[in-house]
Design a protein around this ligand. Structure first.
Ligand code: PEP
Ligand code: MG
Length: 889
C-alpha cells in the first residue's frame, strides 16, 4: 500500500521530489534535532493522483486521520476540541518554490466552540478571536476562492465604524462581529457555509493546495521557468505555534549570512508579538534581528547556534522562519536561501576559503547570469524618474544620453563629446557608425534578434527594441511618448536590463567588475572584496574549463578589449563592417564595374585598406588565432536603398534636370540585384564564386597583413573562413583559389604564409554532409544564427516582432531559439556535423561563433558535444569563461 503521508520524523532533504522542498527540509531539521513543531507531509504523489483523476487517492483521508491522531497523542490535545484545542497550519510546498501557488492557511481547527477554548487556554480572548478571524478570511479566500478584497473591504468598514486606524486596535466585540460578517460574506458569495468541522477544514485545505498547482498564475510561472507541469505539490501540515501571545513571543526570518552582500554574520528581521505572516507581509516594521539579543538573549543564542548548524550541514547560505512562543524558540522552515549576484560570488569564495566547500563546488554556486548582472552599469536606486515607455530588454545595462534620430547626428554629437541615445524605428547596416557613437540604441520595432539588438549586444551597448508606445518622427526630429513630445537633444535614460525608458538623466553607477576586467584598475574600496572574489572564481573557471573562449571582433580596439577580458583569439572577424563609411564609394565602384579592368581597379583600391584592417587586428591578437571571414552579406546591402534612389532619379526627371549618371547606374544595379529573400540569395560563398576577384582580394589582404606582421617581428595566426557553404564543391573552389593567392604572396614576399582555410557550418545541408566538407576544411565554425534561421525556417530579422511573444506565451518553446540553442533540432545537426567531421579528419578544429557562443545554457551544450572553443562578443567573454569552467566541474 502506498504511503501518501510522511511524518516529519521520516524523510530528509534528499526527498524533495516526494515531500517538496519545505517538507524535505522540515524532516531534515527534525532529524538534526532542531525544535520543529510536529507535523507531517502529504506527498506530491497524492497530488498527482488528484490532478490526473480529480479525486484524492482513496486511502488518503484515513492516512491523514491517523497522522492527526498521532499529533494529538503527542500534544495531549485534540484537533479543534472545545477547551485547549490543537490547531494546525497547512502549506503548499513543491520541489521548486513557485509563486502563484497557494501558500498557507493558519489556525485550522478553530470554530465557534474551540475559539472559546483557545481564549481560555491562552488566557487571551482577543488573540483567540483574531486567530479565528484570520482563519475565516484565509479559508474564504484561498480555499473557497473568494476575492480577498471583499474581506479587506469589510474589515475597513468595521474599522471605520469604530474609528480605529487598523485591525490591531479592534477589541474582542469588534472581532466577534468581524468573524460573523466574514462568515455571512462566504455564505452569500459562495452559497456554502464556512465548515465548522476541523477535519472538514483540513480536508478542504489540502485539496485546495493540490488544486492550486493548476492555478493560472502557477501554470504561467512554470512555463516561463521551464518547470514540468506534472510534478505536483506536496502539502505540509504542522502544529501551530504562536508568536502573537505577548511581549515574550514573536516571529522572524533569519539568514546565515547577508543575502544582499554575502557578508558573514547572522542577518534578519524580528517582529515582537507577531505571527510569521506579519513579518513577511511587512504590515508592521520589524526590528533588526540583532535586537533580539537584548529582548530574549536565550532564544537569540539558540537561534545563532541552530543557524550555524544548518549552514555547516547544508554547506550553503540558509534562511529560516522561526517563532518564539512565550520564550520558547521554534524553527518553522528552512531552505538554501536566495541571494543577489554579489552575495553569490562572495559567499562561494568565502565558503571555499573556510573549507566548507571545495573550490570546484564554489564554481557551481555562481553562474553567468549573475556575472552578467555584475558587469552592467546600473541606475542608482535613488533615481526616481517615471518610466514613459517600455520595450524588449534587448541588451542589458543602463545609459543616459541626448536623443538623436540618425547616425550622422549621433556621430557629430559624440565627436563633440556629448553622450547620445540613437532612436530609430529600426536599424540597418547604415546605422552602424551611429550605434558605435551612441551610449544606447532605442527602436520602436523589432525584438531580441533584430539588427539593433544583435549589433548592440555585440558591442556591449544598451538596447531597448520594439518600444511600440513611442512614435518616432525622423523628419520632425522628435518622438512622441506618453502624450509628451521629446525633441532632438533632450536627455533620456534607457535601461536595457528591464526594457524601460525614462525622461531626464537618472544617475548611473559604473560596474567595478568591468573596470577591473578592462583595465586591471583597483576597484573602489567598497567593491574591493567583490572584485577579489570574482577574480578568484574566474581563475578557478579558467583552470577547470576545456573549452577555449574566443571573441567576435572586427576592429583592433574590440580585439584588444576582448583580449583584456580573457579572449584567447578571435573566432569571427566579420569583414562586412570594413566595407562601410568612406569606403562605400569604392564598394559601389566594384559592384558597378563594367568589365574586369574596372573591377580590378576598384578591388585594388580596397586592398590596402583591408590589409591595414587585418594588420591592426593581428597585432592586437598577436600569437593568438584570428579567424577572418570572407565577405558574407548580399552586395545590395552596400548600395543605397532602392526606393530612395528611384525617388531621387524620378524627381530629377520630373523637374526636367538631366539625369545623374551615377544615380541612374546605381539604380539599375540595385534593381538588377534586388532579391525577394536576400538572406537566402546571393551571399556568402556564393558571392565568392560569382563576383570575380572579390575573395581573392580579401585573401591577398590577409596574406599581406601576415607578411607585414611577420616583418614587424610579430606572430600572426590568421585563419580564413568561408561563409554559408552548402556543399563541399563550393568550399573546394574557394579554398583552391585562396591557396593560389597565399602561394603567390609567399613567393612575392619570400616568406611562407600559411593560413588554414575552414568553413562555417550554418546551413542544414552543410551539417548533414559535414563528413564530405571536412575533407576540404581545416576547421568548422558553427554559425548558429543562420543555422537556427534555416533549420526552423524563421527569419531572424522578423520573427521576434512578428510572433515570438505569442509563441513564448503559448509555451511553444520556453526561450527564443536564437538566444539559447535548440538542442533537439539545431543541436542535433551540430552533433551530426561534429561526429561526421571528426570521423573524416580527427584533428578538425571545431568552434561556434553564433550568438549562442556567449549564452550560458548553450555553452554547456557546446562543451558536451566536444567543441574546441566558443566565440562571442567581447563583453560576454568572461561569462563564457565562467560557464565553460562550470560545464567542466
Ligand atoms: C551565424 O550565422 O551564426 C554567424 C555567426 O554569422 P552572421 O551572424 O554574421 O550571419
Ligand atoms: Mg551567418
Amino acid at each position: 500500500m502506498t504511503d501518501y503521508v510522511y511524518d516529519f520524523a521520516r524523510g530528509g532533504r534528499g526527498m524533495a521530489e516526494l515531500l517538496g522542498n519545505k517538507g524535505a527540509n522540515l524532516a531534515e531539521m527534525t532529524r538534526l534535532g532542531l525544535p520543529v513543531p510536529r507535523g507531517f507531509t502529504i506527498t506530491t504523489e497524492a497530488c498527482r493522483v488528484f490532478l490526473s483523476s480529480g479525486e484524492p487517492p482513496p486511502e488518503l483521508e484515513r492516512q491523514i486521520a491517523e497522522h492527526v491522531s498521532a499529533l494529538e497523542r503527542a500534544a495531549g490535545k485534540r484537533l479543534g476540541q472545545a477547551d485547549d484545542p490543537l490547531l494546525l497550519s497547512v502549506r503548499s510546498g513543491a520541489r521548486v518554490s513557485m509563486p502563484g501557488m497557494m501558500e498557507t492557511i493558519l489556525d485550522i481547527g478553530l470554530n465557534d466552540y474551540s475559539v472559546l477554548g483557545l481564549a481560555k487556554s491562552s488566557e487571551r480572548e482577543r488573540f483567540a478571536w483574531d486567530s479565528y478571524r484570520r482563519l475565516v478570511q484565509m479559508f474564504g479566500g484561498t480555499v473557497m476562492g473568494l476575492d480577498n478584497s471583499l474581506f479587506e473591504e469589510t474589515l475597513t468598514r468595521i474599522e471605520e465604524q469604530h474609528h480605529v486606524p487598523d485591525d490591531s486596535r479592534l477589541d474582542v466585540c469588534d472581532l466577534i462581529r468581524t468573524v460573523e460578517s466574514f462568515k455571512d460574506l462566504i455564505a452569500e458569495r459562495s452559497g456554502l457555509e464556512f465548515p465548522q468541522s476541523p477535519a472538514e477544514q483540513l480536508r478542504q485545505a489540502v485539496l485546495a493546495v493540490f488544486a492550486s498547482w493548476n492555478g493560472e498564475r502557477a501554470r504561467l510561472y512554470r512555463r516561463r521557468e521551464r518547470i514540468p507541469d506534472d510534478l505536483g505539490t506536496a502539502v505540509t501540515v504542522q502544529t501551530m505555534v504562536f508568536g502573537n501571545l505577548g511581549r515574550d513571543s514573536g516571529s522572524g526570518v533569519a539568514f546565515t549570512r547577508d543575502p544582499a552582500t554575502g557578508r558573514t554574520g547572522v542577518y534578519g528581521d524580528y517582529l515582537p508579538s507577531a505571527q510569521g505572516e506579519d513579518v513577511v507581509s511587512g504590515v508592521r516594521n520589524a526590528v533588526p534581528l540583532q535586537e533580539l539579543a537584548a529582548l530574549d538573549p536565550t532564544s537569540f543564542g539558540r537561534l545563532q547556534e541552530y543557524l550555524a548548524r544548518l549552514e555547516s550541514h547544508y554547506h550553503d547560505l540558509c534562511d529560516v522562519e522561526f517563532t518564539i512562543e512565550r520564550g520558547r524558540l521554534w524553527m518553522l522552515q528552512t531552505r538554501v536561501g536566495k541571494r543577489t549576484a554579489r552575495a553569490a560570488f562572495t559567499i562561494a569564495s568565502d565558503m571555499a576559503d573556510e573549507g566548507l566547500i571545495t573550490h570546484r563546488q564554489a564554481l557551481s554556486r555562481v553562474d553567468g547570469e549573475q556575472l552578467t548582472r555584475l558587469m552592467f552599469p546600473r541606475f542608482d536606486a535613488a533615481g526616481t524618474a517615471d518610466v514613459v515607455a517600455r520595450g524588449v530588454p534587448a541588451s542589458p545595462g543602463a545609459a543616459v544620453g541626448a536623443v538623436v534620430f540618425d547616425s550622422a547626428e549621433a556621430v557629430r554629437r559624440a565627436d563633440a563629446g556629448e553622450k547620445v541615445v540613437l532612436v530609430r524605428n529600426e536599424t540597418t547596416a547604415d546605422d552602424l557608425p551611429g550605434m558605435i557613437a551612441a551610449e544606447a540604441v532605442l527602436t520602436t520595432r523589432g525584438g531580441k534578434t533584430s539588427h539593433a539588438a544583435v549589433v548592440a549586444r555585440g558591442m556591449g551597448k544598451v538596447c531597448v527594441c520594439g518600444a511600440e508606445d513611442m512614435i518616432v518622427d525622423v523628419r520632425a526630429r522628435c518622438l512622441v511618448v506618453d502624450g509628451l513630445t521629446v525633441g532632438e537633444g533632450s536627455v533620456v535614460s534607457v535601461d536595457g536590463s528591464e526594457g524601460s525608458v525614462r525622461l531626464g538623466a537618472v544617475p548611473l553607477v559604473e560596474s567595478q567588475v568591468v573596470r577591473y576586467f578592462d583595465s586591471g584598475a583597483p576597484p573602489d574600496a567598497a567593491a574591493q572584496d567583490l572584485v577579489r572574489h570574482v577574480h578568484r572564481l574566474m581563475q578557478q573557471a579558467d583552470a577547470a574549463r576545456r573549452l577555449e573562449v574566443r571573441a567576435n571582433a572586427d576592429t583592433p580596439q574590440d580585439a584588444a578589449r576582448a583580449r583584456r577580458f580573457g579572449a584567447e583569439g578571435i573566432g569571427l572577424c566579420r569583414t562586412e563592417h570594413m566595407f562601410l563609411g568612406d569606403r562605400r564609394r569604392l564598394v559601389e565602384d566594384m559592384i558597378l564595374a563594367e568589365g574586369d579592368a574596372e573591377r580590378d581597379a576598384a578591388l585594388a583600391a580596397l586592398l590596402p585598406l583591408q590589409r591595414a584592417d587585418f594588420t591592426g587586428i593581428l597585432e592586437a591578437m598577436d600569437e593568438l588565432p584570428v579567424t577572418i571571414r570572407l565577405l558574407d552579406p548580399p552586395l545590395h546591402e552596400f548600395l543605397p536603398d532602392r526606393t530612395d534612389l528611384a525617388v531621387r532619379v524620378a524627381r530629377r526627371d520630373a523637374v526636367g534636370d538631366p539625369p545623374d549618371e551615377h544615380d541612374s547606374a546605381l539604380l539599375a544595379a540595385v534593381s538588377r540585384m534586388h532579391e525577394r529573400n536576400p538572406m537566402l540569395g546571393l551571399r556568402g560563398v556564393r558571392l565568392g564564386l560569382v563576383v570575380p576577384g572579390l575573395f581573392a582580394m580579401q585573401v591577398r589582404a590577409i596574406a599581406e597583413a601576415v607578411v607585414e606582421r611577420l616583418r614587424a617581428g610579430g606572430t600572426p595566426r590568421a585563419e580564413i573562413m568561408v561563409p554559408l557553404v552548402d556543399t563541399v564543391e563550393e568550399l573546394r573552389l574557394v579554398r583552391e583559389e585562396a591557396e593560389r593567392v597565399l602561394a603567390a604572396v609567399s613567393e612575392e614576399a619570400g616568406v611562407v604564409v600559411a593560413c588554414p582555410v575552414g568553413t562555417m557550418i550554418e546551413l542544414p545541408r552543410a551539417a548533414l554532409t559535414a563528413g564530405r566538407i571536412a575533407r576540404e576544411a581545416a576547421f568548422f565554425s558553427f554559425g548558429t544564427n543562420d543555422l537556427t534561421q534555416t533549420t526552423w525556417g524563421f527569419s531572424r530579422d522578423d520573427v521576434e516582432a512578428a510572433f515570438f511573444s505569442a509563441y513564448l506565451q503559448k509555451g511553444v518553446f520556453p526561450a527564443s531559439p536564437f538566444e539559447t540553442v535548440d538542442r533537439e533540432g539545431v543541436g542535433r545537426l551540430v552533433r551530426i556535423a561534429v561526429t561526421e567531421g571528426r570521423a573524416v579528419r580527427p584533428e578538425l578544429e571545431l568552434g561556434v561563433c553564433g550568438e549562442h557562443g556567449g549564452d550560458p545554457a548553450s555553452v554547456h551544450f557546446f562543451h558536451e558535444v566536444g567543441l574546441d572553443y566558443v566565440s562571442c562578443s567581447p563583453f560576454r567573454v568572461p561569462i563564457a569563461r565562467l560557464e565553460a569552467g562550470r560545464a567542466a566541474v
